[in-house]
Design a protein around this ligand. Structure first.
Ligand SMILES: [Zn+2]
Length: 295
Protein backbone atom coordinates (compact mmCIF):
# COMPACT_ATOMS: atom_id res chain seq x y z
CA UNK A 1 0.00 0.00 0.00
CA UNK A 2 2.83 2.38 0.85
CA UNK A 3 4.47 1.76 -2.50
CA UNK A 4 1.25 2.34 -4.41
CA UNK A 5 0.66 5.53 -2.42
CA UNK A 6 4.13 6.77 -3.23
CA UNK A 7 3.78 5.81 -6.88
CA UNK A 8 0.59 7.84 -7.22
CA UNK A 9 1.90 10.79 -5.21
CA UNK A 10 5.05 11.09 -7.30
CA UNK A 11 3.05 10.79 -10.54
CA UNK A 12 0.75 13.54 -9.24
CA UNK A 13 3.68 15.83 -8.40
CA UNK A 14 5.19 15.19 -11.81
CA UNK A 15 1.93 16.14 -13.54
CA UNK A 16 1.97 19.36 -11.54
CA UNK A 17 5.41 20.07 -12.98
CA UNK A 18 7.21 19.72 -9.66
CA UNK A 19 10.65 18.12 -9.95
CA UNK A 20 11.45 16.12 -6.82
CA UNK A 21 15.13 16.41 -5.90
CA UNK A 22 15.27 14.75 -2.48
CA UNK A 23 12.90 12.46 -0.65
CA UNK A 24 12.99 11.59 3.06
CA UNK A 25 11.26 8.42 4.24
CA UNK A 26 11.64 5.62 6.75
CA UNK A 27 13.79 2.60 5.83
CA UNK A 28 11.10 0.69 3.92
CA UNK A 29 13.32 -1.58 1.76
CA UNK A 30 10.78 -2.19 -0.99
CA UNK A 31 10.29 1.56 -1.40
CA UNK A 32 14.03 2.23 -1.49
CA UNK A 33 14.49 -0.35 -4.26
CA UNK A 34 11.52 0.91 -6.28
CA UNK A 35 12.65 4.54 -5.98
CA UNK A 36 16.23 3.67 -6.97
CA UNK A 37 15.04 1.87 -10.08
CA UNK A 38 12.17 4.15 -11.12
CA UNK A 39 13.44 7.59 -10.17
CA UNK A 40 17.26 7.21 -10.11
CA UNK A 41 17.70 10.99 -10.12
CA UNK A 42 15.87 11.44 -6.80
CA UNK A 43 18.16 11.52 -3.78
CA UNK A 44 16.60 9.20 -1.21
CA UNK A 45 17.41 10.00 2.42
CA UNK A 46 16.27 8.44 5.69
CA UNK A 47 14.53 9.94 8.67
CA UNK A 48 16.94 9.85 11.63
CA UNK A 49 14.38 8.80 14.23
CA UNK A 50 13.57 5.54 12.42
CA UNK A 51 17.22 4.52 12.17
CA UNK A 52 17.97 5.64 15.73
CA UNK A 53 15.01 3.71 17.12
CA UNK A 54 16.15 0.42 15.58
CA UNK A 55 19.71 0.95 16.75
CA UNK A 56 18.84 1.92 20.34
CA UNK A 57 16.70 -1.20 20.66
CA UNK A 58 19.69 -3.35 19.71
CA UNK A 59 21.99 -1.45 22.03
CA UNK A 60 19.55 -1.82 24.92
CA UNK A 61 19.34 -5.58 24.31
CA UNK A 62 23.14 -5.77 24.24
CA UNK A 63 23.39 -3.88 27.52
CA UNK A 64 21.34 -6.63 29.16
CA UNK A 65 23.91 -9.28 28.25
CA UNK A 66 26.47 -10.53 30.72
CA UNK A 67 29.48 -8.17 31.24
CA UNK A 68 27.78 -5.58 29.01
CA UNK A 69 25.85 -3.59 31.64
CA UNK A 70 28.50 -0.86 31.35
CA UNK A 71 26.91 0.01 27.99
CA UNK A 72 23.71 1.16 29.70
CA UNK A 73 24.81 4.73 30.63
CA UNK A 74 26.12 5.23 27.08
CA UNK A 75 22.93 4.42 25.18
CA UNK A 76 21.49 7.93 25.19
CA UNK A 77 24.77 9.58 24.23
CA UNK A 78 25.45 7.16 21.37
CA UNK A 79 21.94 7.68 19.97
CA UNK A 80 22.29 11.47 20.33
CA UNK A 81 25.59 11.14 18.51
CA UNK A 82 23.74 9.62 15.55
CA UNK A 83 21.53 12.73 15.31
CA UNK A 84 24.56 15.01 15.59
CA UNK A 85 26.43 13.12 12.81
CA UNK A 86 23.57 13.74 10.39
CA UNK A 87 22.67 17.33 11.24
CA UNK A 88 26.26 18.56 11.43
CA UNK A 89 27.16 17.26 7.96
CA UNK A 90 26.26 19.00 4.68
CA UNK A 91 23.88 17.09 2.42
CA UNK A 92 25.44 14.56 0.07
CA UNK A 93 28.45 13.73 2.26
CA UNK A 94 27.41 10.27 3.40
CA UNK A 95 30.96 9.02 3.96
CA UNK A 96 31.58 11.93 6.32
CA UNK A 97 28.49 11.05 8.36
CA UNK A 98 29.68 7.45 8.68
CA UNK A 99 33.20 8.54 9.68
CA UNK A 100 31.77 10.71 12.44
CA UNK A 101 29.44 7.89 13.50
CA UNK A 102 32.17 5.24 13.77
CA UNK A 103 34.40 7.54 15.82
CA UNK A 104 32.07 6.92 18.76
CA UNK A 105 33.66 3.47 19.18
CA UNK A 106 36.96 5.15 20.16
CA UNK A 107 35.32 7.99 22.06
CA UNK A 108 33.66 5.65 24.55
CA UNK A 109 37.10 4.19 25.25
CA UNK A 110 38.42 7.69 26.08
CA UNK A 111 40.29 7.89 22.75
CA UNK A 112 39.45 11.14 20.98
CA UNK A 113 42.05 11.35 18.19
CA UNK A 114 43.28 9.16 15.33
CA UNK A 115 39.76 8.22 14.14
CA UNK A 116 40.71 8.23 10.43
CA UNK A 117 41.19 10.59 7.50
CA UNK A 118 37.64 11.83 7.07
CA UNK A 119 37.08 12.68 10.72
CA UNK A 120 40.45 12.57 12.48
CA UNK A 121 39.47 13.66 15.99
CA UNK A 122 36.50 14.48 18.19
CA UNK A 123 35.54 18.15 18.21
CA UNK A 124 34.01 18.27 21.69
CA UNK A 125 36.92 19.83 23.60
CA UNK A 126 37.21 19.22 27.34
CA UNK A 127 34.45 16.96 28.61
CA UNK A 128 32.53 18.36 31.51
CA UNK A 129 29.60 17.44 33.74
CA UNK A 130 27.73 14.23 33.08
CA UNK A 131 29.92 13.30 30.09
CA UNK A 132 33.13 13.36 32.13
CA UNK A 133 31.69 11.15 34.87
CA UNK A 134 30.67 8.24 32.68
CA UNK A 135 32.77 5.12 32.90
CA UNK A 136 34.95 4.66 29.82
CA UNK A 137 34.83 1.22 28.21
CA UNK A 138 37.84 -1.03 28.63
CA UNK A 139 39.45 -1.63 25.17
CA UNK A 140 38.84 -5.22 23.95
CA UNK A 141 36.37 -5.86 26.77
CA UNK A 142 33.22 -7.77 25.85
CA UNK A 143 31.15 -4.58 26.05
CA UNK A 144 33.54 -2.59 23.85
CA UNK A 145 33.62 -5.31 21.20
CA UNK A 146 29.84 -5.63 21.30
CA UNK A 147 29.37 -1.89 20.81
CA UNK A 148 31.86 -1.83 17.93
CA UNK A 149 30.05 -4.72 16.20
CA UNK A 150 26.72 -2.90 16.49
CA UNK A 151 28.05 0.53 15.47
CA UNK A 152 30.10 -0.70 12.50
CA UNK A 153 27.41 -3.04 11.16
CA UNK A 154 27.55 -2.74 7.37
CA UNK A 155 23.83 -2.39 6.74
CA UNK A 156 23.50 0.19 9.52
CA UNK A 157 26.42 2.24 8.19
CA UNK A 158 24.92 2.21 4.72
CA UNK A 159 21.69 3.57 6.17
CA UNK A 160 23.60 6.12 8.26
CA UNK A 161 25.29 7.45 5.13
CA UNK A 162 21.82 8.31 3.88
CA UNK A 163 20.51 10.06 6.99
CA UNK A 164 18.77 13.34 6.32
CA UNK A 165 20.38 16.24 8.16
CA UNK A 166 17.49 18.53 7.29
CA UNK A 167 13.91 17.43 6.76
CA UNK A 168 12.51 14.60 8.87
CA UNK A 169 9.25 12.69 8.61
CA UNK A 170 8.07 13.56 12.12
CA UNK A 171 5.58 16.24 11.03
CA UNK A 172 3.84 13.85 8.62
CA UNK A 173 3.72 11.19 11.31
CA UNK A 174 2.41 13.74 13.80
CA UNK A 175 -0.36 14.63 11.39
CA UNK A 176 -1.33 10.96 10.96
CA UNK A 177 -1.45 10.28 14.67
CA UNK A 178 -3.60 13.39 15.16
CA UNK A 179 -5.93 12.22 12.42
CA UNK A 180 -6.32 8.86 14.14
CA UNK A 181 -7.22 10.56 17.44
CA UNK A 182 -10.15 12.30 15.81
CA UNK A 183 -11.34 9.40 13.70
CA UNK A 184 -9.78 6.00 14.44
CA UNK A 185 -10.60 3.86 11.41
CA UNK A 186 -11.67 0.84 13.46
CA UNK A 187 -14.18 2.91 15.44
CA UNK A 188 -15.76 4.27 12.29
CA UNK A 189 -16.26 0.77 10.91
CA UNK A 190 -17.52 -0.47 14.28
CA UNK A 191 -20.12 2.32 14.32
CA UNK A 192 -21.35 1.39 10.84
CA UNK A 193 -21.52 -2.27 11.81
CA UNK A 194 -23.38 -1.51 15.04
CA UNK A 195 -25.94 0.74 13.39
CA UNK A 196 -26.70 -1.81 10.71
CA UNK A 197 -27.10 -4.69 13.15
CA UNK A 198 -28.50 -2.99 16.25
CA UNK A 199 -32.10 -4.18 15.68
CA UNK A 200 -31.64 -7.80 14.69
CA UNK A 201 -34.59 -10.07 15.50
CA UNK A 202 -34.49 -13.58 16.92
CA UNK A 203 -33.56 -16.25 14.40
CA UNK A 204 -35.83 -19.24 13.70
CA UNK A 205 -35.04 -22.88 12.92
CA UNK A 206 -36.00 -24.59 9.64
CA UNK A 207 -39.23 -25.73 11.24
CA UNK A 208 -40.05 -22.18 12.32
CA UNK A 209 -39.25 -22.40 16.01
CA UNK A 210 -37.47 -19.55 17.76
CA UNK A 211 -33.79 -20.36 18.32
CA UNK A 212 -32.20 -20.26 21.77
CA UNK A 213 -28.76 -21.12 23.08
CA UNK A 214 -27.54 -22.07 26.55
CA UNK A 215 -24.65 -19.98 27.84
CA UNK A 216 -22.53 -20.10 30.99
CA UNK A 217 -21.44 -16.50 31.63
CA UNK A 218 -18.47 -15.93 33.94
CA UNK A 219 -20.46 -13.47 36.03
CA UNK A 220 -23.07 -16.11 36.91
CA UNK A 221 -20.40 -18.46 38.28
CA UNK A 222 -21.31 -21.36 36.02
CA UNK A 223 -25.10 -21.03 36.19
CA UNK A 224 -26.74 -21.71 32.84
CA UNK A 225 -28.50 -18.86 31.07
CA UNK A 226 -30.87 -19.12 28.12
CA UNK A 227 -30.17 -16.65 25.32
CA UNK A 228 -32.12 -15.76 22.21
CA UNK A 229 -30.09 -16.46 19.07
CA UNK A 230 -30.32 -13.46 16.76
CA UNK A 231 -30.25 -13.45 12.98
CA UNK A 232 -26.74 -13.40 11.47
CA UNK A 233 -25.25 -9.92 11.17
CA UNK A 234 -25.17 -8.30 7.73
CA UNK A 235 -22.41 -6.26 6.12
CA UNK A 236 -24.24 -4.08 3.64
CA UNK A 237 -22.26 -1.03 4.73
CA UNK A 238 -19.20 -2.61 3.12
CA UNK A 239 -20.96 -2.78 -0.25
CA UNK A 240 -22.16 0.79 0.19
CA UNK A 241 -18.64 1.97 0.95
CA UNK A 242 -17.30 0.21 -2.15
CA UNK A 243 -19.98 1.76 -4.33
CA UNK A 244 -19.22 5.16 -2.84
CA UNK A 245 -15.52 4.75 -3.64
CA UNK A 246 -16.24 3.67 -7.22
CA UNK A 247 -18.54 6.66 -7.59
CA UNK A 248 -15.86 9.00 -6.25
CA UNK A 249 -13.36 7.60 -8.72
CA UNK A 250 -15.62 7.74 -11.78
CA UNK A 251 -17.64 10.96 -11.21
CA UNK A 252 -17.03 13.33 -14.07
CA UNK A 253 -16.13 16.18 -11.71
CA UNK A 254 -13.59 14.11 -9.84
CA UNK A 255 -12.11 12.59 -12.97
CA UNK A 256 -11.54 16.08 -14.27
CA UNK A 257 -9.83 17.04 -11.03
CA UNK A 258 -6.09 16.62 -11.27
CA UNK A 259 -5.76 13.78 -8.77
CA UNK A 260 -8.04 11.28 -10.47
CA UNK A 261 -6.97 11.31 -14.11
CA UNK A 262 -4.71 8.29 -13.66
CA UNK A 263 -6.66 5.07 -14.28
CA UNK A 264 -6.56 2.83 -11.24
CA UNK A 265 -4.90 -0.44 -12.14
CA UNK A 266 -5.93 -3.22 -9.81
CA UNK A 267 -3.37 -6.05 -9.78
CA UNK A 268 -4.78 -9.55 -10.53
CA UNK A 269 -5.24 -11.87 -7.52
CA UNK A 270 -2.26 -14.05 -6.63
CA UNK A 271 -3.95 -17.28 -7.76
CA UNK A 272 -4.34 -15.86 -11.29
CA UNK A 273 -0.81 -17.02 -12.09
CA UNK A 274 -1.67 -20.70 -11.40
CA UNK A 275 -3.02 -22.94 -14.20
CA UNK A 276 -6.86 -22.96 -14.21
CA UNK A 277 -8.31 -26.35 -15.32
CA UNK A 278 -11.80 -26.56 -16.81
CA UNK A 279 -14.04 -27.54 -13.90
CA UNK A 280 -15.98 -30.31 -15.75
CA UNK A 281 -12.74 -31.96 -16.93
CA UNK A 282 -11.26 -31.63 -13.50
CA UNK A 283 -14.22 -33.38 -11.87
CA UNK A 284 -14.12 -36.18 -14.48
CA UNK A 285 -10.41 -36.67 -13.90
CA UNK A 286 -10.96 -36.79 -10.16
CA UNK A 287 -13.78 -39.34 -10.47
CA UNK A 288 -11.82 -41.66 -12.79
CA UNK A 289 -8.88 -41.60 -10.38
CA UNK A 290 -11.26 -42.40 -7.52
CA UNK A 291 -12.64 -45.36 -9.52
CA UNK A 292 -9.13 -46.75 -10.12
CA UNK A 293 -8.23 -46.76 -6.42
CA UNK A 294 -11.47 -48.42 -5.36
CA UNK A 295 -11.56 -51.18 -7.98
ZN1 LIG B 1 35.64 12.10 21.96
Amino acid sequence: MEKTGLERSLAHLERQGLAVGTMVTDRHRQIAKWLRETYPHIEHLYDIWHVAKGFSKKLLAASNERECQVLRPWIKSVVNHMYWCAVSTPSGQGAQIVAKWESVVSHVQNVHTGHGDLFPSCIHGRLEGRESHKKWLEPSSKAAVKLETLVCNKTLCKDISKLSGGCQTSSVEGFHSLLIQFAPKMILIAALHYNENANRVQDVTKTGEARFSINYPKGRKGAAVLRRVLESPTYEYAQELLEEIVKECTDKENVDAEFAVEPVIVPPPLCAQFPHPEKADFVKQHLSRFKKTTT
